[in-house]
Each structure stands twice: as structure tokens, then as C-alpha cells.
Design a protein around this ligand. Sequence first.
Ligand code: SF4
Length: 282
Amino acid sequence: MAECKVCFRHCKIEEGALGFCGGRTAKDGRVSAFNYGRVTGLALDPIEKKPLARFFPGSMILSAGSFGCNLRCPFCQNYGISWSEEAKRCAETAETVSPEGLVSLALQTRSRGNIGIAFTYNEPLIGYEFVRDTAALAKERGLKTVMVTNGTAELSVLEELKPHIDAMNIDLKGFTDDYYRKTLGGDRRQVIEFISEAVRSCHVELTTLIIPGENDSEEEMRDLSDWVSKLKEPDGESVPLHISRFFPRFHMTDRGATDVGKVFRLAEIAGEKLEFVYTGNC
Ligand code: SF4
């Protein structure tokens, strides 16, 4: 039995078994990334799709994902690789790629406007060793590195990644402990700490998906944007916030899509405190 210290769950994993996220295992009494180098998705995406609005706008980025996730958002858009029954099968079907192999692919797509590698689609922090090794190599070769994450990991994990990551989009899914704990199976405190530390080392943009009846009150957006307004990037710039519209999917089909007017109203409220607010999926 070994204890994983990557996220707040601190899973105790039996030899050869998997942790809660499905991406980590125990071998010879030590926890390691079961999903190391196991790729389930690879695409050359516009950087705005991550979403990053203020990091090399107009460029493309080679985006790679693996499998597993440490949250349980019922509306997950990537449930096929994150936490469904289907996701478990990825452990058998995912292709394996080395850090050198992924960097080489990224260099080959430079002529198509690619600036680097984005670790995305599933939660990259649960396989942070692959992110660290690949991003370090990518930076040596002059590529940019991006991580799209739920920010649910201990600061010791962030410390290992910091020197190698140029930009992150981090979900700030809501601003109440209850929503994080009961609806998402997460820990807001850990995300808040992660974001507070990440903004000190690289470019960070945040994303909030607005779910009707869950995190869509004006009061919550005031609290959230007030907190974000106090964060500053290393160059002194304020942190951008993306406010996105929800569509029913996966286990959350009991309500309709977020009203577009509501998204714009919440963006207006956030704009009272923040310099850069973007709406998504509207
Ligand atoms: S990263 Fe995965 S295995 Fe580790 S504590 Fe979190 S859920 Fe458990």
C-alpha cells in the first residue's frame, strides 16, 4: 500500500491497483503515473480554444491528452477519457509516446503555426511527471508549454512543474466550498492555493463554467471576481477570466443550457472588477 500525495484525496493505493483518478498506481511500494506517456487525443488547436486569449493570440498549439481525472463533474465534456466506464478502457487502448516523441511531433508542426505543446483534454496534474519531463524538453527546443487544468493538486506538484510551464488555463469552477465538494467532488481550498501560487510563475487565465442553479448567482460572481482582481501576473498584468455557457451533457441533463443573457450579465459584473473578461460558448 502506498499513499499518493498529488491531490487532496491522498489515496492509499494497493500494489498494482489504481487511485481514485484512474491515472496513478502503486508499484514496488511507490506511487507512479500509470498514464505516463499514454495519449488518448492529439490535435493542433487554435490557442484560443484552450482557452487562452492573451498568450500568443492567433497561434496554434499541439494539444495532447491522456486519461483519468481527480474530479467528478457531472457535466464533464471529456467523460470518454476522464471518468466514465469508457475512460477505464483507455488504459488498454491509449497509444504510448515518449517525451522526445511528442516534442519531435511539435517541432514538425511548427510550419503549420504551432508554437508548442498543450497538456489538456483530461486532467494533466494526475500524470504530472509526463508533463514535467516533456515540457522541460520542449522548452529546451524553444517551444512554448501550456497546461489546461482543474488546479487540484498540492503545491509540491506545482513546484516541480513551474520551471517548465509558460501558461496555464485553470478552472475556477465556482466560489463556494459546497459546490466544489458536493457537485464536483473537489476541494475549493486546494484550487485557490494552486491558482494563487501559479500566477506568480507564469501567465494564467481562469475559466468559470456557469451552471444554472448551481454557481450562477450575481453574488457568487461578485465574490469570485473580487478575489481574482487581487491576483497579479509576474509582469503586473491582471488575470483574465473566461465565463462560459453550460450545455446539458453526460450526467447533467436535467436542465437546459445557460441563458446567454445570464452569461453576459455575469460577465458585466466581473468586468466591474476585472480588466479582461471573455465569454465562451455564447
Ligand atoms: S492524484 Fe489520483 S491517486 Fe493521487 S490522490 Fe489524487 S485521485 Fe488519488
